[in-house]
Design a protein around this ligand. Structure first.
Ligand code: E4P
Length: 276
């Protein structure tokens, strides 16, 4: 059982090792950390700076190494650079480089056709993956199918709760629906509640029993100091459960989602804005 009696593992969502230190001192533990290009761009040490491509990668590597040394038993998610023209091969090349950075990493790939292709190969090569920018059950089913055969702990899926809430849909329903759909599976994919905005999201994630949550430092601090145990229901539009068979080839699921496309663009533009 977790030090805080939660089944759900707690990750910090941040591109700044100074926040890792703070989270460790506030919580007394941390099960992992997730990073992404936008979070790296928010690291105070990038403020007002421009980098050569190689320098920026060196910076990212430095961040990740420091985080990894602070939580050597945890998982650290490192995201590949991908825009809508990046091939699976190009993503794989980056992932194999991350392999030399730190031992305890999960590679974040976008849940797109190219990202899924890269994930399928990565799993066969013994690498761990965290499939990001997930906004639908069909995408979750595709991740499940593309990574079949992986060990438990080697595959995370990151549904983005807050970004669905932002457009009036109840993002927590997606977590609930994916967990329900995965009950028919073999349990090899862990559900990581991401894009967390509030204490309500944290409590609801615990109630649903998701495997992992990643949250900004501010929200983790709020959780630590709060006695709140039960989430209140919100007025967002419910997302209905879909009956989806998990036993199809991953290429057969309709994985298109406009928020995945938009998210990919934003990650790429935040990263490119740091480059000279
Ligand atoms: C973490 O893995 C995600 O990239 C992150 O939670 C996204 O959060 P945002 O929607 O607040 O950018």
């Amino acid at each position: 059982m977790h030090p805080n009696n939660q089944k759900t593992k707690i990750f910090l969502d941040s591109g700044d090792p100074a926040e890792t230190k703070q989270a460790l001192s506030v919580l007394g533990f941390l099960d992992g950390q997730t990073t992404n290009p936008s979070l790296i761009a928010k690291n105070p040490q990038t403020a007002g700076r421009k980098f050569l491509k190689e320098e920026l990668l060196d910076f990212y590597r430095g961040v990740v190494k420091e985080v990894s040394s602070l939580i050597p038993e945890g998982s650290v998610s490192i995201e590949v650079y991908a825009d809508n023209s990046t091939s699976a091969e190009e993503m794989l090349k980056q992932a194999r480089e991350f392999n030399a950075w730190i031992p305890n990493f999960h590679i974040k790939y976008p849940t797109t056709t190219q990202g899924l292709k890269a994930a399928e190969i990565s799993i066969k090569e013994g690498l761990r993956v965290n499939m990001t920018l997930v906004f639908s059950q069909a995408q979750a089913a595709a991740v499940y199918a593309a990574t079949k055969g992986a060990k438990k702990g080697d595959v995370f899926i990151s549904p983005f709760v807050g970004r669905l809430d932002d457009r009036g849909e109840n993002g927590m329903d997606l977590i609930k629906n994916i967990l329900k759909m995965f009950e028919q599976g073999d349990g090899h994919v862990e559900v990581l509640s991401a894009s967390i905005r509030s204490l309500e999201h944290v409590i609801k994630t615990f109630e649903l029993g998701a495997d992992i949550i990643t949250a900004p430092l501010k929200v983790l601090k709020e959780w630590k100091t709060s006695n709140k145990q039960t989430a209140v229901s919100n007025k967002l539009k419910p997302i209905p459960y879909q009956k989806i068979d998990l036993n199809r080839p991953w290429q057969e699921y309709d994985i298109q989602h406009e928020l995945t496309d938009k998210g990919l663009e934003k990650f790429a533009s935040d990263w490119n804005a740091l480059i000279v």
